[in-house]
Design a protein around this ligand. Structure first.
Ligand code: HEM
Length: 134
């Protein structure tokens, strides 16, 4: 599996642990005010990162491109700042609002970079010769 795919799965599982931790805490305390942080940790973190990792695993030539690592860093920094800032904002710390806004934009740029990965580099991705059947 390409390095970037492994990195994405390792990062994704951390977000699932954090996301479920927030979910369990909501369920136990019966305070659902941080529902947005729970949903975004699970969906932008676990689900989307696992899909990004799966895409790279299926496209190893694209995974070798420098753009893949740039996209990983931008997207991961965006989500890693967004989730705790959103959590604190939902708990009433409104000073976090501009941080949430900035992190949301960084996350979106990460998504746009992934769109570039999907739509470009097809030539490199399809020139892998298939392994011979034995
Ligand atoms: C043991 C694991 C989990 C626990 C204990 C948990 C707990 C919760 C709780 C207590 C709520 C609030 C419900 C409400 O106020 O209506 C919630 C909402 C939500 N959860 Fe989880 N959750 C878990 C896993 C997940 C996972 C894996 C995902 C996504 C991949 C997820 C996505 C969501 C979403 C999107 C909402 C918002 C639903 C809505 O607003 O209608 N959760 N969860």
């Amino acid at each position: 599996m390409p390095r970037i795919a492994k990195l994405y799965f390792k990062t994704a599982i951390i977000f699932l642990i954090v996301g479920i931790g927030i979910g369990l805490n909501m369920a136990i305390t019966r305070d659902h005010s941080v529902i947005g942080a729970h949903a975004h940790a699970n969906l932008l973190g676990w689900v989307t990162m696992a899909i990004f990792g799966g895409y790279h695993a299926l496209n190893p030539r694209k995974a070798e491109r420098r753009l893949a690592m740039v996209q990983y860093v931008v997207y991961t920094v965006g989500v890693a700042v967004l989730v705790p800032a959103l959590y604190l904002m939902l708990l009433g710390n409104m000073a976090m609002e501009p941080v949430v806004a900035a992190a949301s934009i960084v996350t979106f740029i990460g998504v746009l970079l992934f769109a570039v990965i999907i739509f470009t580099g097809e030539q490199a991705a399809t020139t892998i010769s298939p392994a011979p059947f034995r």
